[in-house]
Design a protein around this ligand. Structure first.
Ligand code: SAH
Length: 493
């Protein structure tokens, strides 16, 4: 399987700069071993006017089978019949494996790094990419829909099943040529890295939850605005519904974060206008945050804990509201906290803002004196991430030890799962959910917790409240019951 990348040049800007950008010298043929076989990089032509780099991957079919073992059930690709494991199109087709090889061999180029000529990577250059055999589920039409919005001129021709027998019709392969003059090489490589496996849509050997990170990283700058974003995320993540959902929510947040840079007033107006004219559904994550903010306002809380704050979206929303004078985000994951602190730009924050916010690492399975003395604590989509046997420990740490006046707990309502179009029956919404509760189960748990720790509890639906299955998210609002004092009426009686 192979692809070629070509560029043209002039004496001032020689085409052979491609070698610098790819970090591979045009005079040498180079060999790299990758997880799935041997990758070769060579230059069929390298002159000032024209330079072409070819990436050729010799797939090791045996290694492929070995690595594939036990890595979860894939779709499409090689059926698991004994021989088909070894005899399949993987060695020839420019599939997801070629994408893996691209990222392994051209990782610096993909990141847009070039120490030798630092100004090169940011410069768009005339590019031509050829992929002679691209497995394309969805055919040439889909190929165009995926590449054209990114600024490519696309030539995609279906490859006949057998040239000698045209009556047999077309194969599932497409011969692809892409041309562009407004893109950088790093952008081009990142497009291929994501879209080759999307078109292949076959068994991936590497889908895990950090694939969402890889997708968003490779998609930076183009995926948030791509019209086929949902299909791309869905296929790239091998139609793992929970991962697609996470990707879509995070892409939405990227858009929101980008919008943050515009004037606040502008956003307010824009949002209102949009709500009037278009019926775009508000993402559930946003509806959840709004419901939490409303409940916090109603409680009158000023000093708030966000327990299991994740990547800091709620902390960011709280910061924008001056009613919240102290905001503390706590999470067990350092990685989540690092992303949160980047999102909040903690290091560049003015003194007054910085005095209002703090992030720290902690586990909710242990009591922690740092959590004492706050008005309210939020547990947004957190409890379902703990194994059920750990839940009593969290309960004690929050309701027994920290004891804020108000506690908000949100969690998925499992009954609603039948309403999610692409969620297969019996699946939970997120790979890391240890359980998902019905409304009755949540109600029972919440009432027991309230009873044990002297709280009162009320429930609020979040998202569309379906008459049969209820809302997608359920929220419990716990309020510390005031000491049993006699009321005026009782005294009078
Ligand atoms: N509250 C955020 C994130 C929910 S994801 C939101 O609503 O979007 C669940 C988060 O809980 C993750 O960031 C995870 O790291 C964190 N978490 C899971 N178990 C935890 C524990 N024992 N202590 C603290 N945080 C935990």
């Amino acid at each position: 399987m192979f692809l070629t990348i070509s560029t043209t040049g002039t004496p001032e800007r020689p085409a052979t700069d491609l070698g610098f950008l790819l970090h591979k010298h045009p005079d040498n043929a180079q060999v790299f071993s990758t997880s799935y076989g041997t990758a070769h990089v060579l230059y069929p032509e390298a002159s000032v006017e024209r330079c072409t780099a070819a990436l050729l991957l010799e797939v090791d079919a045996v290694a492929l089978v070995r690595r594939g073992k036990g890595k979860g059930k894939g779709r499409g690709g090689a059926p698991d019949a004994a021989l088909a494991q070894y005899v399949n199109d993987r060695p020839y087709a420019a599939s997801s494996l070629l994408a893996v090889a691209l990222s392994a061999v051209f990782s610096s180029a993909m990141k847009g790094r070039c120490a030798a000529k630092p100004d090169l990577p940011a410069r768009p250059l005339p590019l031509r990419i050829e992929v002679p055999a691209l497995p394309a589920r969805g055919g040439a039409d889909l190929v165009r829909k995926l590449f054209e919005p990114l600024g490519w001129t696309v030539t995609a021709e279906a490859v006949a099943l057998d040239a000698k027998f045209p009556e047999w019709g077309d194969s599932r392969y497409v011969r692809l040529e892409l041309e562009a003059s407004g893109l950088t090489l790093a952008e081009a490589l990142r497009h291929l890295y994501v879209l080759l496996p999307v078109l292949d849509d076959a068994k991936h050997y590497w889908v895990s939850s950090d694939e969402v990170d890889k997708l968003l990283r490779a998609g930076e700058g183009w995926l948030p605005d791509h019209p086929e974003q949902r299909l791309i995320a869905d296929r790239y993540l091998s139609r793992r519904w929970s991962l697609t959902r996470e990707a879509m929510e995070r892409l939405e947040l990227v858009r929101l974060a980008e919008a943050d840079d515009t004037e606040v007033e502008e956003i307010d107006n824009a949002v209102d206008e949009e709500a009037d004219t278009e019926e775009k559904p508000i993402p559930l994550a946003v509806q959840r945050r709004d419901a939490i903010l409303a409940a916090l306002h109603a409680s009158g809380a000023a000093r708030v804990l966000d327990l299991g704050c994740g990547q800091g979206q709620l902390v960011q929303a709280l910061l924008k509201d001056v009613r919240f004078t102290e905001i503390v985000g706590v999470d067990v994951s350092i990685r989540a906290l690092t992303i949160a602190s980047r999102r909040l730009k903690l290091d560049r924050m003015g003194e007054r803002q910085a005095a209002r916010v703090r992030l720290f690492q902690g586990s909710l399975a242990y009591t922690d004196n740092r959590l004492k003395g706050y008005d309210a604590a939020v547990l947004s989509e957190v409890v379902e991430h703990l194994d059920l046997p750990r839940l009593p420990a969290l309960e004690y740490a929050v309701f027994g030890s920290a004891r804020p006046r108000t506690v908000l707990v949100t969690t998925p309502n499992v009954e609603y799962n039948v309403r999610w179009e692409s969620l297969p029956a019996g699946h939970s919404r997120h790979g890391d959910h240890r359980f998902e509760w019905t409304r009755a189960e949540f109600w029972t748990w919440a009432h027991q917790v309230a009873g044990r720790h002297g709280y009162e509890v009320e429930f609020t639906p979040v998202g569309p409240d379906d008459p049969e299955v209820g809302p997608p998210t359920q929220m419990a609002v716990f309020t510390l019951a005031t000491a049993p004092t006699t009321t005026k009426e009782e005294k009078a009686a």
